[in-house]
Design a protein around this ligand. Structure first.
Ligand code: ZN
Length: 492
């Protein structure tokens, strides 16, 4: 997009609240990728006439956790409304949602961007029920559509941000931040691929410097953060080109086609009147007691942005390292616990061992930090052994993979494999001498001025010590002895 235009983006996020049961009945919330279709359905969520919905208190509590974490004002009375439309995955012909008086309004969150922290407004947070799922099969002439109602009536939280996002980076970081907050609150797994978290940006452009809002489009079907970024870039370029050519952006809903890398028109955007919202006559207004709200608020965990700030200001980490550690709550808690257990290493070294070797191990073997057979204390012990010089970094890495394989304590493994670092100056001096004596040709090269031969000797000696030599001492010893040989030659 040319610099003439500015992007104006707001997010509409739908998150499945992972409660035990559905929003208005006792059916369990199941993962449809592991269950047969239509196994978690009853007359209420199948939309049979005359059935009465009963509100699930846990869904309200989950929603309140998110609303409070986003600093929203909680409406003590909110109203459920019928949103009427026809679709085969919606047997009732309407969806129970909240419209005029949502659960919560006027919140905000802070997100990191390259140009500093950005405050993003939250317009509203409300509860609604999910629809069923359609699967389209077959080719032309033999097309069938299957309906699975396992998802029908699952509690869904809708979060609508203000259009405060003006770069692709800001949109991505805002989506990440919302996902991370909901994972910290343990209300949503954050899985975009399975559709448990759906992020739909509404996008418009305007002349840079203008404050006007232009016609916007909404994009659906984004099942990864990568798709979100690609769709934004594509759509911003499309709108700029259209406006440059004298055209006008149409208000519509677009679907992202990941294979073609383009957006496709799905339908012209509905306006609220199309849904003929009216208060749901089968549900009383939702009244939330202030005492209950304060209790939920008091129980909120420390959230990612607060943790990040603490890691920078109190622990002394860089903002970058802090950002890596807080992305997942389990990692941040692992760091906190390990920090309390170290004696020799410092916080920075510990952070580096988590974001370096430990993350590598997790990525390589597909572990999550919770599934590791060792906790933060043995990990802290290992890092301490490196800090005190008992073992060197490369031995520590191999001990770490063994710990992941068998859960044994680092001290045991170091002892059993004889990995303790050779740090005695006498031993290191002898090691250097042996390697130098065996390789007269290379000594001659060094004496003749080839300084880089020192690295070759270092490699040979390290190998001879099976990786156990203290690297700093070894390099020192080799340099002293080789320089002595050179001096002798010059003197003769
Ligand atoms: Zn049901």
């Amino acid at each position: 997009m040319t610099t003439q235009y500015e992007a104006v983006v707001g997010l509409e996020v739908h998150a499945v609240m992972e409660t035990q049961s559905k929003m208005f009945c006792d059916c369990p919330v199941v993962d449809s990728t592991h269950h047969e279709p239509n196994v978690a359905v009853c007359p209420v969520c199948a939309g049979m006439p005359g059935m009465l919905p009963v509100l699930n208190k846990a869904a309200v509590e989950f929603a309140l956790r998110v609303a409070l974490a986003l600093h929203c004002e909680i409406n003590s009375t909110s109203i459920f409304a019928r949103k009427s439309y026809f679709y085969p995955d919606l047997p009732k012909g309407f969806q129970i949602s909240q419209y005029e008086q949502p659960l919560a309004v006027n919140g905000w969150l802070r997100i990191p961007t390259e140009s500093g922290e950005l405050r993003v407004g939250i317009r509203r947070v409300h509860l609604e029920e999910d629809t069923g799922k359609l699967t389209h099969l077959g080719e032309d002439g033999d097309r069938r559509t299957l309906v699975d109602l396992n998802r029908s009536g699952v509690p869904l939280l809708e979060i609508v941000t203000e259009p405060d996002l003006h770069t692709v980076e800001a949109v991505r970081n805002c989506a990440y931040a919302l996902r991370s907050i909901m994972r910290y609150l343990e209300v949503n797994s954050g899985n975009l691929e399975k559709g448990l978290l759906r992020i739909e940006p509404n996008i418009s452009i305007r002349e840079r410097g203008s404050q006007a809002l232009s016609t916007r489009v909404e994009i659906k079907n984004l099942n990864s953060f990568r798709s979100l970024e690609r769709a934004l870039e594509f759509e911003l370029a499309r709108q700029a080109e259209l406006v440059d050519a004298g055209g006008a952006v149409q208000q519509q809903t677009l679907g992202w086609d990941d294979v073609r890398g383009s957006t496709q028109a799905q339908r012209s955007k509905e306006v609220a009147e199309d849904y003929r919202y009216f208060p749901e006559p089968d549900l009383p207004p939702l009244v939330v007691d202030d005492k209950w709200v304060r209790e939920i608020e008091a129980d909120l965990p420390e959230l990612p942005q607060e943790k990040r700030k603490r890691f920078v200001e109190m622990v002394g980490l860089s903002d970058y390292d802090a950002g890596l550690l807080v992305a997942e709550r389990s990692v941040a808690e692992f760091f906190d616990a390990a920090l309390g257990a170290i004696h020799k290493a410092d916080a920075k070294m510990l952070a580096n061992w988590i974001t370096g070797p430990l993350f590598e191990l997790l990525n390589k073997d597909g572990y999550s930090i919770e599934s590791l057979p060792f906790g933060p204390e043995p990990f802290a012990e290992l890092v301490d052994m490196v800090a005190s010089g008992e073992i060197n970094a490369s031995s520590a890495r191999s001990v770490l993979s063994e710990m992941a394989a068998n859960g044994k304590k680092p001290k045991e493994l170091v002892q059993a494999r004889g990995l303790a670092q050779i740090s005695s100056e006498t031993d290191i001096g002898e090691l250097a001498e042996r390697v130098i004596q065996k390789n007269s040709q290379q000594v001659a090269d060094y004496v003749a001025g080839k300084d880089e031969v020192l690295n070759w000797f270092f490699g040979q000696a390290m190998l001879a010590s099976q990786g156990k030599a203290n690297p700093t001492l070894l390099r020192q010893a080799l340099r002293v002895q080789l320089d002595a040989a050179r001096a002798q030659k010059e003197a003769s």
